[in-house]
Design a protein around this ligand. Structure first.
Ligand SMILES: [Zn+2]
Ligand SMILES: [Zn+2]
Length: 740
């Protein structure tokens, strides 16, 4: 029989072998490029018992899609063995994701009697790195970077014993035979291995200094999250002034001291994929304010590795845990690279010598009601299998920010992990390197490319430079396609809402507040949008909400009224000079930019450090108990559009009346949700599919959910540009099918 799904790297073979031994069946089990094949010889009654028991013995972390069975001639085996397989061809099975430390391993490293006591790099059949140490599939120790660590006698005994929990655990090791840790200071001096290195790392953290720690998929920067000066220092050195940091704590009990946890949020923290979970922060003063400035949410995570657990245990404080890079640069994952790139940021490096084959960041998830939404698809979650027919080998390149690729190798479709923004040469080089790596791991050469419509994106230019057929996908259509793919609706008719920052429209203008009627096989009809406004400065307006607000106020109120009612504001916006420039500014229908304008008007946020920051503050400031909403009529012109002029006029009037910003922020969110529901009303019989970065906003999305019956929220595929490539792959699939 052949097990299909995510069946490698979770200890399925040892579990199967144990069951076969128990039932005295002979034959073998092997990982293959298709999944996992079991060959059994024995009486019909024993085979039946095997079939019945199998689902019960499969380890957690297995995602079994189906079991194919056929009868073959008996080979007369005398025992049951675990075999290896090395056939050629495109990879058809799922690559195993990295798995966070399991509870048993955690107990072992805490037990002074255990031979793995304090061993920060221990793993077992149920936990440890997988994707990041894979050299080749199928998954076997010899095909991972653990091949460099031959097992010692004691480990070999555990590996061979059907009774041991490390029976056939591919990544297992111990302090005698496995990888080890050591610490290096700023002057390059080695401060010792093992226990001494751990103590040095803990001392640095307690001292308010910054530790660069080699984790599963690369380096992380850690510091004491309760020490304001330490966090400030990390911000300055990393060049990341405003974006919130995640906080690492020992367990959910510790998390609960800093944030409110629903049971589902606690489960997400404990999940073996070990993501950062965005939670509602408690308003205590334990955490330094600069960990998450201006926000009422906090990203938290539990230890990924035994090393994390040991450090947290020694320091006994919540720790900031963020990617080991200069802001905007690729994640450092090689030892020499980290010493070079993080020089000037870290005070101490804690290295280990288990080679990392490919880097990966930490994942981020957030709950909207009971719906778990991936905001960053990375360690533990990527590569993500997509329910799309594989067809022609295709590579979808994603967008420009939050870049991620998706591909079909002719056997399966997957969405790859988050790679960051492609603004720098270094990130672009890394992006090309990753594309090559995935082609090797998944054993394919693409015959077709899918990319964004935006002519200036690096990914578009790269695609046009390749000698290959390609599909150009409109940004917002690709977002909707990704969400339809997530919900298995590609063959259905839906109402798709795509709200984000900016994307290139079919008409060459800047889109971002779009509604589509999508018929079976991704035939898009653009049915509604926002009233266009001039985006003065184009993409430069992303970090200058005041520019959007100026244009909006000029059109909503008129210059005369503005001068009359708030001369100071009029002058500070230099609207007299701006008016001429606005005539030449590109037209824009972006919902994200309207959030920026509202944040500027309500909270006086004139400039920001990163896209979406103003909207995050606006969400954080909203008083959920406040009543009322603003008008946002659906005007019927050539294309129906939501007219924001009455909306901003009403905010203006509230502001003059001295209404609390928290009330105005809530009313604005409610109004935007009502705007969506107003369009949805006309297609009440259709599923309402939300996509685009704006829906990372929990408040907005929950308000839409309250009013919509057939709502489909983003889930495993990120709603932001990190999910774009999945949508592009789906669009390319149907366009290629049409050509046939
Ligand atoms: Zn374990
Ligand atoms: Zn050993």
């Amino acid at each position: 029989m052949c097990l299909v799904g995510r069946v490698q790297g979770s200890g399925v073979r040892p579990a199967v072998a144990r069951l076969a031994h128990q039932l005295a069946l002979t034959g073998g089990v092997r990982n293959t490029l298709e999944g996992l094949t079991i060959e059994l010889e024995g009486s019909e009654s024993k085979l039946n018992a095997f079939r019945q028991e199998l689902p019960r013995v499969l380890p957690a972390g297995v995602n079994l899609k189906r079991i194919d069975e056929e009868t073959i001639a008996a080979l007369g085996c005398s025992e049951f063995s675990i075999l290896s397989d090395d056939r050629e061809g495109p990879l058809a099975t799922v690559t195993p994701p990295d798995i966070a430390m399991c509870a048993t391993c955690r107990d072992e490293i805490g037990d002074p009697q255990n031979r793995r006591w304090n061993y920060g790099l221990t793993t077992c059949a149920a936990c440890g790195p997988r994707y990041t140490i894979l050299r080749r599939m199928p998954y076997e120790r010899l095909e991972t970077s653990m091949a460099e660590f031959p097992l010692c006698q004691a480990c070999l005994q555990e590996y061979r014993s059907g009774k041991d929990r490390r029976y056939h655990a591919q990544t297992m090791s111990c302090p005698q035979c496995g990888p080890y840790i050591w610490a290096v200071d700023q002057l390059g001096r080695k401060l010792g291995n093992h226990e001494a290195a751990l103590q040095a790392a803990a001392a640095v953290l307690k001292n308010g200094e910054i530790l660069a720690l080699r984790g599963v998929g690369g380096y992380q920067l850690l510091c004491d999250a309760t020490d304001e000066a330490a966090v400030q220092r990390l911000r300055e050195r990393k060049g990341r002034m405003a974006k919130p940091f995640a906080v690492l704590v020992a367990d959910t009990r510790e998390a609960e001291k800093l944030a409110q946890l629903d049971p589902s949020e606690a489960d997400a923290l404990r999940d073996s994929s070990n993501p950062i979970v965005l939670l509602r922060a408690r308003s205590n003063k334990e955490i330094a304010a600069s960990v998450h400035p201006g926000l009422n949410t906090i990203g938290m995570m539990l230890p990924t590795t035994p090393l994390h657990a040991l450090i947290v245990q020694l320091v006994k404080r919540p720790l900031v845990c963020t990617s080991g890079n200069l802001d905007g640069e690729p994640l450092a994952y090689q030892i020499s690279d980290a010493e070079q790139k993080l020089c000037g940021i870290a005070d101490l490096w804690l290295h280990h010598n288990r080679p990392i084959e490919r880097p990966i960041d930490d994942s981020v998830v957030r709950f909207v009601g009971s719906n778990k939404m991936t905001l960053r698809l990375a360690r533990g979650l990527a590569p993500l299998s997509l329910e799309l027919p594989p067809g022609k080998p295709t590579l979808a390149l994603g967008g420009h920010l939050k870049a991620a690729a998706a591909w079909s190798n002719g056997k399966q479709c997957v969405l790859g992990p988050h790679l960051g923004d492609l603004d720098t040469l270094a990130t672009r080089e890394q992006w090309v390197e990753r594309l090559n790596d995935w082609q090797t791991l998944y054993r394919f050469r693409p015959l077709h490319l899918a990319h964004d419509l935006h002519p200036d994106y690096f990914t578009t230019q790269w695609a046009l430079g390749q000698l290959m057929s390609h599909t150009a996908c409109q940004h917002h259509e690709a977002h909707v396609a990704a969400a339809m793919l997530e919900h298995g609706l590609l063959e259905d008719t839906v109402l798709g809402v795509s709200w984000d920052g900016t994307g290139y429209g079919h008409d060459g203008y800047i889109w971002g507040g779009e509604f589509f009627l999508v018929r079976s096989a991704l035939r898009f009809e653009h049915i509604a949008t926002f009233r266009p406004f001039p985006l003065y400065g184009g993409d430069a307006a992303i970090r200058k909400p005041w520019r959007v607000m100026a244009a909006i106020l000029q059109q909503a109120l008129g210059v005369e009224r503005l001068v009359q009612e708030d001369r100071t504001l009029f002058e500070s916006l230099q609207l007299d000079k701006l008016t001429a420039s606005l005539k030449f500014a590109p037209r824009c229908t972006s919902a994200g930019r309207l959030f920026d304008a509202a944040a500027c008007l309500i909270l006086n946020i004139a400039e920001t450090q990163f896209e979406g920051q103003a909207a995050m503050y606006l969400e954080a400031s909203a008083d959920r108990a406040a009543e009322g909403a603003y008008p946002l009529p659906l005007a019927r012109l050539r294309m129906p559009h939501l007219d924001w002029r009455p909306l901003f006029t009403a905010i203006w009037e509230d502001r003059r009346r001295g209404v609390a910003p928290a009330t105005m922020a809530m009313r604005f969110h409610r109004t935007m949700a009502e705007g969506i529901l107003r369009v949805a009303e006309q297609h009440a019989e259709l599923p309402l599919v939300l996509s685009g970065g704006v829906f990372q906003n929990q408040l907005l999305t929950e308000l839409v959910a309250e009013g919509a019956a057939r709502l489909k929220l983003p889930g495993a595929i990120p709603p932001n540009d990190g999910g774009l490539a999945a949508g592009q792959l789906a669009v390319a699939h149907y366009r290629l099918a049409e050509q046939k």
